[in-house]
Design a protein around this ligand. Structure first.
Ligand code: GLU
Length: 579
């Protein structure tokens, strides 16, 4: 959600900033802008996509600059509200990710002292506060401003006549890239990949004073050392590689990312933590919430351990009594609600584990221990390979608790995923792309799989979809079933097979066309549904994966048929870094 980039060094800053912002586009944004230190502070900002507005940046000069993609929280998306924001004298420019919660009070005070505001954003108070405290020392002015701010921020500030960037973070992500006589700053590592593999993850409360050849980091007014870490991702991972969309590429990368996550295993100290847990609570949002629910069904059935799943956004305000291990699941590691929940679990002395795709991200810093999934960079806004990699990480926890009982199954699961990638689903796509509403239903672990299938469908195709526990449909939603309301039903062998088959017949009796997902060779199911999508006849753990991948493909091709912007769905952001 929103992106920040900064550059200081020997290159012309503008192309580096624009390229960096493009790399961050996947996070979601509504407007963009950059500011450089040329002969004065030079600013260009524009509503809309970078590719539509970037021609306007040609007049900007200088080797020091900051850039921003905005995801509006205060003030509508517009040219004026886009960042960077400048002070009254236009000597200082700031970009900001996050929310300044006490901005209206600060704004009133600043206006009373004669400051003129141009935008409706909360961010603008920051630059006016810095202006009041600036006497040529930007670091001192930023340091004097930060204690006045309540809320969350990652900030980059520049001022005229000084080749330096001052960066600060609190509860919003910010990473520095260390090059050869040049330094980069960004919300995540993707803009840095083509320039350097050496990164420094700033901690909450850090302030960095950056020139091209010197980097000083302060915390609580004291100079601190932060380790330089090496990134394992490479720039090729962030390219589309011949696929029509990042999402399709990422769907096809799943056999590999699943396998890599399994192959990486679980470190001994994490194994010990998950084995000792008498109860497990997972906190997560969105797609990660669905993987957590799948884990609950699997863990309770296969490992006999009680599992509770909480939404990050609810947990903070309605915290349940907590016992045992708390696991936070977040693809980006920056999900604000999940981080808040994690902090509360720590405050209650629960052992905490983070499952994330991004080493060095905030959850890895907050949790006691981390289990990294190996999905590599995921650029498509809709989670696909990070979802299956999360399942890989969570299934390893089951495997550890069952002393390796699933070793064989998990190390071959990628083969079944590869098979499903080749399924012919045109007929099902045709049906869904003509529908206004689609239901997804399943039982047990396939219930959250259905919820995820519905989420994928609505987020990228904008077709309204609901994921339901199959038995619940008759307690209300049946009223909506017509010949124009397809139902995607997952029905695999097991204790609920025959009740699922009855549910499907009930839906058919209400004239709903049914797309059935079942195991290869299931003639009985193939006969009762309108369209049959086979998945390999394997272990439950693998069926959960293959059914999910089939539903990703259904959502993807439906979105393409409806000519949606698959990689950048409207109104959505990749990593949701505000509450
Ligand atoms: N709250 C700020 C605004 O609305 C920053 C939003 C963002 O993080 O992009 O301008």
């Amino acid at each position: 959600m929103c992106g920040i980039v900064g550059y200081i060094g020997r290159r012309d800053a503008t192309p580096v900033l624009i390229q960096g912002l493009k790399r961050l586009e996947y996070r979601g944004y509504d407007s963009f802008g950059i500011a450089t230190v040329g002969s004065a502070i030079e600013v260009y900002k524009k509503m809309g996509r970078i590719s539509d507005g970037e021609a306007g940046v040609v007049g900007l000069h200088g080797c020091t600059g900051i850039g921003h993609t905005r995801w509006a929280t205060h003030g509508e998306p517009s040219d004026i509200n886009a960042h960077p924001h400048t002070d009254c004298t236009e000597r200082i420019a700031v970009v900001h990710n996050g929310v300044i919660e006490n901005y209206s009070e600060l704004k009133r005070q600043l206006q009373a002292r004669g400051h003129t505001f141009r935008s409706e954003t909360d961010t603008e108070v920051i630059v006016h506060l810095i202006e009041e405290r600036y006497d040529g020392d930007l670091l001192a002015a930023v340091n004097a401003t930060l204690p006045l701010l309540e809320g969350s921020y990652a900030i980059l500030a520049i001022a005229e006549d000084t080749q330096r960037i001052v960066a600060a973070r609190d509860a919003s992500p910010l990473v520095l890239g260390v090059g050869d006589a040049e330094i980069f700053a960004a919300s995540d590592m993707t803009p840095l990949l083509e320039y350097t593999e050496r990164v420094i993850y700033l901690e909450d409360g850090d302030v960095a004073d950056i020139t091209s050849d010197r980097l000083n980091i302060f915390h609580g007014g004291r100079k601190v050392e932060r380790p330089v870490e090496l990134i394992s991702w490479c720039v090729e991972d962030t390219r589309k590689g011949g696929f029509a969309h990042y999402m399709l590429k990422e769907i096809f990368e799943q056999p590999q990312s699943f396998y890599e996550t399994i192959r990486a295993g679980i470190e001994d100290h994490v194994q010990q933590m998950v084995t000792e847990a008498g109860e497990i609570t997972l906190v997560a949002c969105g797609t990660s919430y669905h993987t957590a629910l799948i884990f609950k069904y699997l863990a309770e059935a296969l490992c006999n351990v009680p599992v509770r799943v909480e939404m990050g956004s609810e947990f903070k305000y309605f915290t349940p009594p907590l016992h045992g291990l708390v696991i936070a699941v977040s693809q980006s590691g920056e999900t604000a609600d999940t981080i808040a929940a994690l902090k509360m679990a720590k405050a209650r002395n629960c052992p905490t584990l983070a499952i994330t795709n991004v080493m060095g991200s905030t959850v890895t810093r907050v949790a006691d221990k981390t289990l990294i999934m190996r999905a590599g960079p995921e650029i498509g806004v809709a989670a696909t390979k990070s979802y299956t990699a999360q399942l890989a990480a969570l299934m390893q926890i089951l495997n550890v608790r069952r002393e390796g009982a699933f070793d064989d199954i998990l190390s071959h699961a990628h083969l079944a995923i590869s098979e499903v990638l080749l399924r012919e689903i045109k007929e099902a796509v045709n049906l869904c792309s003509k529908a206004e509403h689609v239901f997804f239903v399943g039982r047990g672990a396939f219930y959250p799989v259905s919820m995820e299938g519905a989420l994928k469908m609505k987020e990228i195709s904008y077709v309204h979809a609901e994921g339901y526990a199959a038995g619940e449909l008759k307690h209300g939603p049946f009223a909506l079933l017509t010949e124009e309301t397809p139902v995607v039903a997952i029905c695999t062998p097991g204790p609920t097979y025959s009740v699922m088959a009855s549910n499907i017949k009930e839906m058919k009796a209400r004239k709903a066309p049914v797309i059935g997902l079942g195991v290869e060779g299931d003639k009985e199911l193939a006969e009762i549904v309108d369209i049959f999508i086979p998945i390999p006849n394997t272990h439950l753990l693998v069926q959960v994966l293959t059914a999910s991948v089939a539903l990703q493909l259904l959502a993807y091709h439906t979105a393409c048929a409806l000519q949606r912007d698959v990689d950048k769905p409207r109104n959505l952001a990749k990593s949701v870094t505000v509450e």
